[in-house]
Structures are given as structure tokens and as C-alpha cells.
Write a protein that binds this ligand. Structure first.
Ligand SMILES: C=C(O[C@@H]1C=C(C(=O)O)C=C[C@H]1O)C(=O)O
Length: 117
């Protein structure tokens, strides 16, 4: 059972109470999403080293299967999957951006080395 607001609250106070709960969760979720992106950056470095593709469809299926097994009522599985597909899509885009940045950095270094010789 989730925590409930005090029964003596007015309707407005109750609404505000629930909204503060949502704000707290949003802050926690943002922190977790940032952490997830940091882990993806580490994974990205390793995939680059190993010459693996950014997009790993089997792993994505595994992620979706994993989250759908976690208790998520009253959130329908379909909604959870949509949310996770959007998260994965953003992570893929970030990985592409990081690789591009890395390639640009390397090209610049090579150019600097060539001009100093
Ligand atoms: C993070 C990775 O890169 C991509 C993003 C994934 C994700 O956000 O969970 C999963 C698979 C990959 O398409 C990975 O390969 O694990």
C-alpha cells in the first residue's frame, strides 16, 4: 500500500501533497536516468574498443523483457515498453553523438600532430 495523505487535508492540500510526491519521484527518476546514461557511456567505450555496433537489438529485447517482469501495476506493460523504447532511443542517439565527438577529437589531434612535424 502506498502512503496516503492526511484525511484532514482539503482537496487542494491533497492535490498539492500528491504533486509534491510526484516532484520527489521525478527528481529520483532524473537522477537514475542520468546514471543510466553514464553506464551507457562506459558500455559505449567498450563497444567501440571491441568494434561492436551501437545498436544491439538482442540486448534491447533483454532490457524490455527484464523491466516487464518487474511489478509495474497500475502501469500497463504496453506503456512501460513505450517509455523504455523512448529511453533506449535516446541512449542510442547519445552513443552516436559521443562517437562523433570522439572521432572529431581524434581527427583534430592528428591534424595538430601533422602540423607540428
Ligand atoms: C547501452 C547499450 O547500447 C544500446 C542501448 C541500450 C539501452 O539503452 O539499454 C541497449 C542496447 C543498445 O542498443 C548496450 O549495448 O548495452
Amino acid at each position: 500500500m502506498i502512503e496516503q495523505p492526511d484525511k484532514s487535508f482539503t482537496l487542494e492540500e491533497t492535490l498539492e501533497w500528491w504533486r509534491r510526491k510526484v516532484d520527489l519521484l521525478d527528481a529520483e527518476m532524473t537522477d537514475l536516468l542520468a546514471k543510466r546514461a553514464s553506464y551507457a557511456l562506459e558500455i559505449n567505450k567498450l563497444k567501440q574498443k571491441a568494434g561492436l555496433d551501437i545498436i544491439q537489438p538482442d540486448r534491447e529485447k533483454e532490457v524490455l523483457a527484464h523491466v516487464s517482469k518487474v511489478k509495474h501495476a497500475p502501469l500497463p506493460t504496453e506503456s512501460l515498453e513505450k517509455i523504455y523504447k523512448a529511453i533506449i532511443e535516446e541512449i542510442r542517439a547519445l552513443q552516436e553523438k559521443w562517437i562523433k565527438q570522439e572521432q572529431e577529437k581524434q581527427a583534430q589531434q592528428e591534424q595538430e600532430e601533422a602540423s607540428s612535424n
